[in-house]
Design a protein. Structure first.
Length: 554
């Protein structure tokens, strides 16, 4: 081998070691990385988490600095320099101290920090150092509701709303996305249960926030992002969205059974008669399209923890529109009918939720309690009048009025555990901790405890406090739960705001049965499943209540 050749090969070898080929990044990868790092520093960096910087402005600045970066190496160096400008991070001795509090870690995921396709080793090491020496004081951007209630769900604070926000402002659109994404990433107790992993949601939805063609596109992107967390507590309503889906309603409400919409109640009797719509009418098509196909097309914009909840929340997504009429195909008495029916602003209905009797006696021996009507002031007299009945049916297909603990005192002679709760750990964002298991019943204030049988009625209208109440009553010794899958959104709601003042929320605490069985997305435990049928609605029957009465005969 000649001397020249040897020198050339040696030079080539060492130059290859020194000059590595840059790892290219596309726009989505780059922006998603910036958004994750920005959110991580917001809650972890000691100088940022205490509110030392205008963190929104810092995002706008770093977006400008990273705009022209095209590789992992370039992006990482800009982020490293930025982190260096935030000040010194002192070793955190308390961060290393083992805690006696039991942890819930199913939501915790900082694995993205080690992604060597997106970050240099130097940047990953720096982020891991910050995690190890994370902020331990009073968080500036988030607190808990513990000061005002016993709940410890998060409360977002010190976040400017930008009321004059214009949808064409790219920086503010990205700020809205990154704020929401990071709030859910670190403080949503049910993140691990989402259908789509939250990291994937960011990369899927980011282009829609980055390049909307209209204000409507941007609002639909916000709604789709919210729906992705699969939480019945998480909805979004804006004037733009309401106009898109339609502010005009048909004069009846429906329930979807067997993929068809069955009319169950009028919003306005006169307008229902005017349009010849009757309870039990089965609507199969709207403007020539199958009802269930309309639902499927709009499912990405319908909130809900499960399919049953989504069907319940689809009320303004099937028949609403901006025109004053819609053509439907319906089945009545076995005969198909095609007709045009009117649509009206909801205010024209002058609708008031029908009131029902708070409680009553059925068949002289069975108490029936409508939990949506009974108040705390009613409990003592109600339970005194039902204490000698052979059974009590608690109808929880509604939203109770805070009577759970009072009634439970009549059911259980001693306190019984009914729920375990996880709450966010603000000292280690992304991790959660178990609180003390809650108990109900056992108060000495009641003179006598109930000794008969109890049946609980539930369905997709049973949500949040109603599910919590069901769990408490299920601690009774002789109890049965009848009905269908509940709305499966349990835990105190934490309000969250989008840039521009748009409001949404999340289930802020994690609710589990004492044995660890989850309730979110699944719903409460059910012993006997009963669902309404089209025939039952047409005959004016309450088939769930009927099943309860049949079981009590046995």
């Amino acid at each position: 081998m000649g001397r020249f050749t040897l020198i050339f090969l040696i030079t080539l070898f060492f130059s290859g070691q020194v000059i590595a080929k840059p790892t290219p990044l596309n726009e989505t990868e780059k922006l998603a990385s910036v958004g994750k790092v920005w959110g991580f520093l917001k809650y972890y960096h000691p100088n940022v988490a205490k509110g030392k910087f205008n963190w929104d402005e810092q995002l706008f600045t770093i977006l400008a600095r990273t705009e022209k970066t095209n590789s992992k190496e370039e992006l990482s160096q800009v982020l490293i320099d930025w982190i260096g400008s935030l000040g010194e991070i002192k070793p955190c001795k308390s961060c290393q101290t083992p805690t006696s509090t039991a942890r819930f870690n199913k939501n915790f995921d900082l694995s993205w920090i080690q992604d060597n396709q997106l970050f240099s080793k130097q940047l990953s090491d720096k982020l891991r150092f910050i995690e190890t020496n994370r902020f331990q004081g009073k968080q500036y951007y988030v607190t808990t509701a513990k000061k005002t209630t016993k709940a410890q769900n998060i409360i977002i604070q010190n976040e400017p709303e930008y009321p004059n926000f214009l949808w064409k402002d790219k920086n503010l659109r990205l700020l809205a996305l990154f704020r929401y994404w990071n709030t859910v990433a670190y403080f949503f107790p049910y993140k691990y249960q989402m259908d789509t992993p939250w990291n994937d949601v960011l990369t899927q939805i980011l282009p829609k926030f980055l390049h909307p063609e209209s204000e409507l596109d941007y609002h639909l992107a916000m709604l789709e992002l919210v729906v992705h967390i699969d939480d019945s507590h998480a909805g979004l309503s804006t004037d733009t969205l309401n106009e898109y889906f339609g502010n005009n309603y048909i004069p009846v409400t429906h329930r979807i059974i067997d993929n068809k919409a069955v009319i169950v109640r009028p919003f306005n009797d006169s307008l229902a008669r005017l349009n010849d719509l009757k309870i039990g009418d089965v609507i199969s098509k709207v403007n020539g399209q199958n009802v269930i196909d309309v639902f499927e097309e709009r499912k990405n914009y319908i909130q809900g923890s499960n399919h049953a909840a989504k069907l319940a929340f689809a009320r303004n997504k099937i028949f609403n529109g901006s025109t004053d009429s819609v053509t439907v195909e319906l089945l009545r008495n076995g005969k198909p009918i095609t007709k045009k029916i009117g649509r009206y602003p909801f205010k024209d209905f002058n609708y008031e939720q029908p009131t029902k009797k708070k409680y009553k006696i059925l068949n002289n021996t069975i108490g029936y309690v409508n939990m949506g009507e009974v108040t705390q002031e009613d409990v003592s007299q109600m339970m005194d009048s039902l204490i000698d009945k052979k059974a009590i049916i608690f109808d929880i297909r509604n939203y109770p009025k805070g009577t759970m603990y009072l009634i439970a005192n009549y059911l259980n002679s001693s306190p019984k555990e009914f729920v375990k709760i996880v709450v966010p750990d603000l000292g280690y964002p992304g991790r959660f901790k178990w609180t003390k298991t809650l108990k109900c019943g056992g108060s000495n204030k009641t003179k006598e405890h109930y000794k008969g049988k109890i049946i609980l009625l539930v369905n997709s209208q049973t949500i949040s406090r109603a599910e919590f109440t069901t769990m408490a009553f299920q601690t009774y010794d002789n109890v049965m739960t009848i009905g269908s899958q509940t709305c499966a959104a349990d835990g105190n709601v934490s309000p969250i705001g989008f840039v521009g003042g748009f409001k949404t929320g999340i289930s802020g605490t994690g609710i589990f049965y004492p044995d660890g069985t989850k309730t979110q997305r699944v719903g409460v435990k059910i012993d006997v499943e009963v669902k309404p049928t089209i025939a039952g609605i047409q005959e004016g029957r309450d088939e769930v209540l009927e099943k309860a009465l049949d079981l009590l005969k046995d």
